[in-house]
Design a protein around this ligand. Sequence first.
Ligand code: G6P
Length: 369
Amino acid sequence: VTAEKAGYPHFMLKEIYEQPKAYRDTMNSRLSEKRDRVILPEITMSDEEIRSIRNIQIVACGTAYHAGLVGKMVIERMLRLPVETDVASEYRYRDPLVSRRTLTIVVSQSGETADTLAAMREAKSKGAHVLAITNVVGSTVAREADDVLVTWAGPEIAVASTKAYTSQLIAFYLLGLYMAQVRGSVKQEEIEQTIGAMQSLPEQVESILEQAESIQSYAEQIAVHNNLFFIGRGPDYLVAQEGSLKLKEISYIHSEAYAAGELKHGTLALIEDNVPVIALVTQPALAEKTVSNIKEVKARGGNVLGITCEDSAELQSEFDHTLFIPRTLDMLMPALSVIPLQLISYYASLARGNDVDKPRNLAKSVTVE
Ligand code: G6P
């Protein structure tokens, strides 16, 4: 078993460290030789069909749903088309508005999740074109979808998803760029800039992984708490939601992810002395507003870990603990900022003596509705 884990104590840690490779494998074969275009020969949709899309729906469960939230942001920015992201088990029951010009994207690591399958069949029966983002070639989702974009993350064994999530983000960036090329909705210069930034992501992830020790010591401090909050705005909020799920899944610490600006509309009441708050502040345009929310938290005694970029040293005085991560394009930040959150969950779970790879009551692939 240790051999399978390649020397790592748990599959989850191994999979966290496999992310630079998963990014490269998912991305590199899909870039033109000159690295100026995304090429997706596996997509059967014609350019005409891509141009005729009127709305996009993303459906998934769990961590894949959180990737879908980032997907919505990416596609809306690049295509200027309305995108909705739904939890698969809700999508079916709301009589979703689907036309022949709807693209429904289903996201599933395993390709076997019952709710996701049911949602996919619903979309198909209503006439949508279905594109699957999955990690398993030949899975049910892959077989039934009209188009498949495989995430080349390799097998994911730990119940808590890490490299599958980040590979799904890469898949969304690629798909957004590809459809934007066809629709002409993003300037060539920006496409090249985004591809260039994406190619630096694996190395940037590696540099975050080098900080594992200090992340572990922070995780050990929060492991004694029973309540925790994640806050952020924009892309940071989307990542906060995934960070919170990860922590709950394996450490059993209750946590909530809040849009930073929404905190004062209720949950601020729960911030008491020493409650840990993890604040993501990676978006320059939103930083000032998030900092004012952090001040509200601190005024009530909250203990704040700020996760921000290396070029924002001036923010350090706002936090009790600071973790600097490399900067990339705003839209790509989730592919970096989630990494410390994965490590925090892992080390908090470890500190609590939990079975990291097999948390209680959870299954890797849920085949019941
Ligand atoms: C289960 C797993 C989650 C996963 C979700 C969706 O609940 O515990 O980690 O995100 O299913 O799985 P899928 O294979 O469809 O991505």
